[in-house]
Design a protein around this ligand. Structure first.
Ligand code: C5P
Length: 289
């Protein structure tokens, strides 16, 4: 069983409050992009989950989110004694704010759903996903969606009008828990206009969407990560309609109306940033298969 795991970017990311459980209530407009990992699942003799990955710096033991997703699936559905191998071919940059790990976990859940419980309602799969990580439920469905709560309360949104993304991944990771620990919600000065973003999506107004792209984490980014803001400025300099960091970074994306402008910008920025990708929006997962 083969499955694509698409990466995501945040068109908006807002933090509303810190919760009793240590997590934060968020409000985010998420968008899948056509940069994907390839996940292959095979039943195997014997019991337990085996995992392999083509890049060495991704954990290939039970701590990998893809293995944890498979465990959660079997546990929640009372399926015992299964032997499963999971092979991951990475393309989505790792520790990049693009939900690469979460998307691998979500792809495992979709594939296992098809293999074992094809009639399982999507809500049930997303509830299992929520146990695995905050971004995993969104990654199960993909497309353009509003994610609230920890990230697990999802509302489908109209698809993004046609456009192109240039993604720049600086050569350092940013720790998600570390960045969240810097958040003092009351001290945040700026918040994205999420309501305006929803209206612009409804109207299919790319210019309005671009005006409202914003991630609150940019305001509290430690100085040592100033490269992120430099890349954002470079994207705007190269004609991006908007640019922002995605998730907890460090990847920065720029939005372009056409392919040629996106490829030209990617060429120029590729000279100063090692990993640059050109990508397109992807519609909700169901419509892809
Ligand atoms: O759920 P996940 O394991 O992806 O979250 C990683 C970390 O990000 C959490 O340990 C927490 O520090 C932070 N987080 C948060 N609020 C969220 C999602 C994540 O504080 N809604």
């Amino acid at each position: 069983m083969e499955e694509r795991a698409y990466g995501k970017i945040n068109l908006t990311l807002d933090i509303l409050r810190r919760r009793e459980d240590g997590f934060h209530d968020l409000r985010m407009v998420m968008q899948s992009v056509d940069l994907f990992d390839e996940i292959t699942l095979n039943k195997r003799e014997g019991e337990g989950i085996e995992l392999s990955c083509d890049v060495g710096y991704v954990p290939s033991d039970g701590s990998n989110i893809a293995a944890r997703a498979a465990e959660a699936f079997f546990r929640e559905l009372g399926i015992r004694g299964e032997g499963l191998s999971i092979a991951i071919r990475k393309t989505i940059p790792v520790s990049a704010g693009m939900a690469g790990g979460s998307s691998d976990g979500a792809a495992v859940l979709r594939a296992l759903g098809r293999m074992y419980r094809p009639d399982l309602p999507a809500e049930r799969l997303e509830a299992i996903a929520a146990q695995v990580g905050s971004d995993v439920p969104y990654c199960v469905r993909g497309g353009t969606a509003l994610a609230e709560g920890r990230g697990e309360i999802l509302t489908d949104l109209p698809p993004l009008p046609p456009c192109w993304f240039v993604l720049c991944k600086p050569g350092f990771p940013i720790s998600t828990p570390e960045l969240f620990s810097r958040v003092r919600v009351k001290q945040l000065q700026f918040h994205p206009d999420t309501a305006g973003m929803l209206r612009s999506l409804e109207a299919g107004d790319l210019e309005g969407i671009c005006r409202r792209i914003y991630n609150v984490f940019e305001e509290i980014l430690p100085r040592k990560y100033s490269r992120v803001l430099e890349l954002k400025a470079a994207l705007l300099d190269q004609g991006a309609l908007a640019a922002a960091m995605t998730g907890t970074g460090p990847t920065v994306f720029g939005v372009f109306a056409g392919e040629e402008a996106a490829r030209r910008a990617a060429d120029v920025i590729g000279r100063v940033c090692g990993r640059v990708y050109v990508a397109r929006p992807v519609k909700k997962y169901e419509s892809l298969v």
